[in-house]
Write a protein that binds this ligand. Structure first.
Ligand code: GRF
Length: 190
C-alpha cells in the first residue's frame, strides 16, 4: 500500500513544493494526504491547492489554548493516519501531548547545523559569527525545541560576501534535495 504524509507549514512553502516536485518526478513515492497551515495567508496553501492536495487551516485564534489547538490537530491527523508528519516551516511549537502521541513520526527540517543555532535567525547568527559553514538538519521532533535526534545534515560554505538572502538560497537548495530523499528513505523503513 502506498504511504502517506501530512505536511504542516506556516509560510512560503518552498519546502512543500520540493516534496510535490519529487513526487511528480517519481523520486519520492508517497502521497501528501493533507497540507495543514496555521496561517491563512500561507502561500504553501496555494501551492497545495494547485497540486490538487487537500488543505486545512487551523488558526490559533480559533482555540483557547495550545492543548485545545493540538487536540484538534490530533483528531484530524488520526482520521488520515499519515505514516509521517512532515514539518515544513511550521512555526508553532507543538505540545508534549502531540509530540508524544506521534513519537518518531514527526520530522522537522531546520536551517542550521544543529545543535548550533536552534530557534530563529540562524542565517544572521552564522554570518555575524563569521562561521565558515552553514547548513541544514533533519531531525525527529521531541519536546525540546530543535533538539530531537538528528537524522541527516548537509553543509555548505559561507562566502565572505554572503547576505542573509544569498545564504538562505544556498541552504534551501540543499534542503530541497535532502528532505525528499530522507523522507523516501524513512518511509521504506516504516
Ligand atoms: C525552511 O528553510 C526550513 O528549514 C525552515 O523553514 C523554512 C521554510 O521555508 N524550517 P518555506 O516556507 O518552505 O519556503
Amino acid at each position: 500500500m502506498t504511504s502517506k504524509i501530512a505536511v504542516l507549514l506556516s509560510g512560503h512553502g518552498s519546502t512543500l513544493q520540493a516534496l510535490i516536485d519529487a513526487i511528480d518526478a517519481g523520486s519520492l513515492t508517497t502521497n501528501i494526504c493533507v497540507v495543514l497551515s496555521d496561517q491563512a495567508n500561507a502561500y504553501g496553501l496555494e501551492r497545495a491547492k494547485k497540486a490538487g492536495i487537500e488543505t486545512a487551516l487551523l488558526t490559533k485564534q480559533e482555540y483557547p489554548s495550545r492543548e485545545a489547538y493540538d487536540h484538534e490537530l490530533i483528531q484530524r491527523l488520526d482520521l488520515l493516519q499519515p505514516n509521517l508528519i512532515i514539518l515544513a516551516g511550521f512555526l508553532r511549537i507543538l505540545s508534549p501531548l502531540f509530540v508524544n502521541l506521534f513519537k518518531h513520526k514527526i520530522i522537522n527540517i531546520h536551517p542550521s547545523l544543529l545543535p548550533k543555532y536552534p530557534g530563529l535567525n540562524t542565517y544572521q547568527q552564522a554570518i555575524k559569527n563569521h562561521d565558515r559553514f552553514h547548513g541544514t538538519t533533519i531531525h525527529y521532533v521531541t519536546d525540546d525545541l530543535d533538539a530531537g535526534p538528528i537524522i541527516a545534515q548537509e553543509k555548505c560554505k559561507i562566502d565572505e560576501n554572503d547576505t542573509v538572502e544569498t545564504l538562505k538560497q544556498r541552504t534551501q537548495a540543499l534542503e530541497h534535495s535532502l528532505y525528499p530523499n530522507v523522507i523516501q528513505a524513512l518511509l521504506k523503513t516504516i
